[in-house]
Design a protein around this ligand. Structure first.
Ligand SMILES: Nc1ncnc2c1ncn2[C@@H]1O[C@H](COP(=O)(O)OP(=O)(O)OP(=O)(O)O)[C@@H](O)[C@H]1O
Length: 359
């Protein structure tokens, strides 16, 4: 799959800009704040209908303007695809494929597989478990619509159950029958999600370990494991067991919404014991494993966005990463960097065609 051209209108710091891309490697270089990451984020927008960096949609509209439009022209396995994402202040976002608006954005997810590696990924290590759950969810749901549906339904029922727990306290009341309905629904959706996460991680973890080994040259041992309440018991039993606690907390304290991923280096949490370079290597391995997983699942080479990834990595690790992407297995690549020379030197070692875009 190739993004042939990208046009931006009032998108973040760009008023109007068109890029014609190389089918293999595209490097966006320039000074801090010039808009390199914004170009990559626009490409992310076309795959996911939203920004990777700014969750407030209207903040992606250029200051003092009323709307933005991002358009991408793709060649997907020989078929031309035109995707447009647009947003006008005060209106709903619109995503169109070949002129036809999507009714549900979730239908678009996975159509243009994409993986981004960015300094913002550090949140996966330093932030709370919801960031790591979102990571698992985004990887699985790119290739599995039923997973996304189960997740949407689970979250709906969870919100209803939490509202009911609050209602019980406010009104000094209790209704086991309504609670049972929610418990059963959470159990059913939760089991689907747990089974899919478990199966996904069983495939994903060995791929991740291989990727880390390649980047670090075997210098250190890392591990990634899945933590879930559902390893101990089915969710219905857990919900029933914890009802006393949930009533006093006024929210649901057990379930797949509490799942986490544990990241260790030499058997200690990487958050506390990993160097900055080791943490970065860990995140890159995680994202490259995501790439492999999506590729295996979809049969399509995802677009790979490498946002400012070279800082904090020693030359050996940069060389290993370049070696990894210099491979038939990788498709189109977008790299942003402040150092034009560093990027050009790195991509010159890759035996592929490339284009440098100086902003
Ligand atoms: N809605 C917006 N309207 C106008 N400008 C915006 C908007 N959102 C972001 N910007 C501008 O975009 C610029 C940041 O762009 P970006 O993050 O792409 O920079 P960069 O080239 O990647 O920089 P760095 O090398 O520092 O990472 C900032 O100058 C910021 O003010």
């Amino acid at each position: 799959m190739i993004l042939k051209s990208l046009s931006l209108l009032n998108y973040k710091n760009f008023d109007s800009k068109v890029f014609q891309f190389n089918a293999k490697i595209n490097c966006v270089v320039g000074n801090n704040g010039i808009g390199k990451t914004n170009v990559l984020d626009a490409i992310y927008h076309l795959s996911f209908g939203k920004s990777y960096f700014n969750p407030i949609a209207t903040q992606n509209i250029k200051h003092d303007e009323d709307f933005f439009v991002v358009q991408g022209d793709y060649d997907k396995e020989g078929t031309e695809e035109k995707i447009i994402v647009s947003l006008k202040r005060g209106q709903k976002k619109v995503i169109k494929r070949n002129g036809k608006p999507y009714e549900k954005f979730s239908e678009h997810i996975g159509f243009l597989p994409l993986v981004i590696i960015s300094p913002a990924d550090r949140d996966l290590i330093i932030e709370g478990s919801d960031t790591r759950r979102k990571f698992i969810d985004s990887v699985i749901s790119q290739g599995d619509k039923s997973y996304l549906n189960a997740l949407i339904n689970y979250n709906k029922v969870l919100a209803q159950r939490n509202a009911l727990l609050k209602y019980f306290v406010l009104n000094h009341t209790y209704n086991q029958d309504t609670l049972d309905v929610y418990n059963t629904q959470l159990n059913d959706y939760g089991q689907v999600i747990f089974d899919k996460r478990d199966a996904f991680l069983k495939t994903f973890i060995p791929i991740f370990k291989d990727r880390y080994l390649a980047i670090s040259n075997g210098n250190e041992v890392v591990s990634l494991s899945y933590k879930s309440d559902l390893f101990d018991s089915d969710l219905k039993t857990l919900l029933e067991k914890n009802i006393g606690k949930d009533r006093s907390l006024q929210y649901t304290s057990v379930g797949i919404h509490k799942d986490d991923l544990l990241f260790d280096i030499e058997e200690h949490p990487i958050k506390k014991f990993g160097s900055q370079g080791q943490q970065k290597s860990f995140l890159i391995a995680l994202k490259l494993a995501q790439f492999d997983f999506i590729k295996n699942q979809s049969g399509v080479n995802p677009i790979l966005l490498l946002d400012d990834i070279f800082d904090k990595l020693d030359e050996n690790r940069v060389a290993q990463i370049i070696k990894l992407v210099d491979d038939e297995n990788f498709g189109q690549l977008f790299i942003s960097d402040t150092h034009a020379d560093r990027t050009e030197n790195a991509v010159k070692q890759v035996h592929q065609s490339y284009e440098i875009f100086k902003l």
